[in-house]
Design a protein around this ligand. Structure first.
Ligand code: NDP
Length: 281
């Protein structure tokens, strides 16, 4: 039976470090959060970020902009935050209305305030192993893998999902640790090869958003399984991996909820402190 790879205890340890780092800064770090239009989910998420920020000694500025804002006006707003010397980090809450292209917007966030790590120059630095601001979910996955004590060197590591925010940057971080990385995606599934790849994974990370995509019997005996997926089923949150069957074969497995989730927001706060340190030289 697998051991549970829980995010909360890891997050608590990292939060203690963040609190100490905040104390050592010249000024209280400030995170500016931008929401466009009304969205109950985004608002709830922002509220929980606010609470965590306050508990760490971080100031959380919430900016709500009108639903019908043009991309040009949103960019102008971002540029104001970029030049505001009191703001150390900027996060844009999802979802955004149709007229706004997140990829374009994220390019207008100053790279040194880009606490989501999605500016092309921050993403690019991952290739050279020199990134300071790394996307939060891939960082959270790396922290969880470190907790297992399993050496990634040469390990067959399979990522399912190749999004820009999770799968692709994670592949680069794992390569940096000399894992042997395979990235699966919709093409792999359509070619009928997903099971074959999952079956050889000593380390398996799944970030798709499809309930039961990964069958428990596909998991290699002793594998470490990190399930990033979040799916709502009858008011319950479940991942992408068939948990009950998978935990009988894996050596470690993340619960959903309670695995990657609690760490992701902690990584956001850690990035904010890193950004503040960079700005204060
Ligand atoms: P995206 O929708 O951007 O990416 C999903 C990926 O899965 C894409 O690469 C897609 O390929 C691939 N995919 C879709 N269907 C299949 C399939 N049948 N077989 C293999 N691959 C497939 O989602 P995100 O990366 O943003 O998020 C993934 C999941 O992780 C979601 O459930 C999300 O809610 C969750 N998440 C959880 C976080 C946390 O803190 N725990 C944080 C971020 C995300 P293609 O694009 O080619 O179709």
């Amino acid at each position: 039976m697998a051991k549970l790879l829980e995010g909360k205890p890891v997050a608590e340890k990292i939060k203690e470090q963040i609190k100490q780092d905040v104390q050592s800064l010249k000024n209280k770090p400030v995170l500016a959060s931008v929401q466009v239009g009304d969205n109950a989910g985004a608002e709830a998420y922002a509220k929980s970020q606010n609470k965590i920020a306050l508990s760490l000694g971080i100031e959380y500025q919430f900016h709500k902009l009108p639903e019908n804002i043009t991309e040009k006006s949103l960019i102008e707003f971002m540029q104001k935050l970029n030049t505001d010397k009191f703001v150390n980090g900027i996060i844009v809450q999802m979802p955004l209305p149709q007229q706004i292209d997140y990829k374009r917007i994220s390019q207008y966030i100053s790279p040194d305030k880009d606490v989501e790590g999605m500016h092309p120059s921050n993403i690019g630095q991952i290739i050279f192993g020199k990134a300071q601001l790394i996307p939060c979910t891939p960082q959270a996955v790396m922290e969880l893998l470190a907790q297992t004590g399993v050496d990634l060197y040469g390990k067959e590591t399979v990522i399912v999902g190749h999004s820009e925010i999770v799968g692709k940057p994670l592949a680069l971080l794992l390569l940096d640790k000399f894992a042997t990385v395979t990235v699966c995606h919709i093409g792999t599934s359509k070619a009928g090869k997903l099971e074959e790849h999952v079956n050889k994974a000593e380390i398996l990370i799944v970030a798709v958003g499809k309930v039961g995509l990964i069958k428990g019997e596909w998991i290699k005996e002793g594998a470490v399984v990190v399930d990033v997926g979040i799916n709502r089923v009858n008011d319950k949150i479940v991942g992408d991996v068939e948990f009950e069957a998978a935990e009988k074969r894996a050596s470690w497995i993340t619960p959903v909820p309670g695995g990657v989730g609690p760490l992701t927001v902690t990584m956001l706060m850690r990035n904010l402190v890193t950004a503040a340190k960079l700005q204060q030289g």
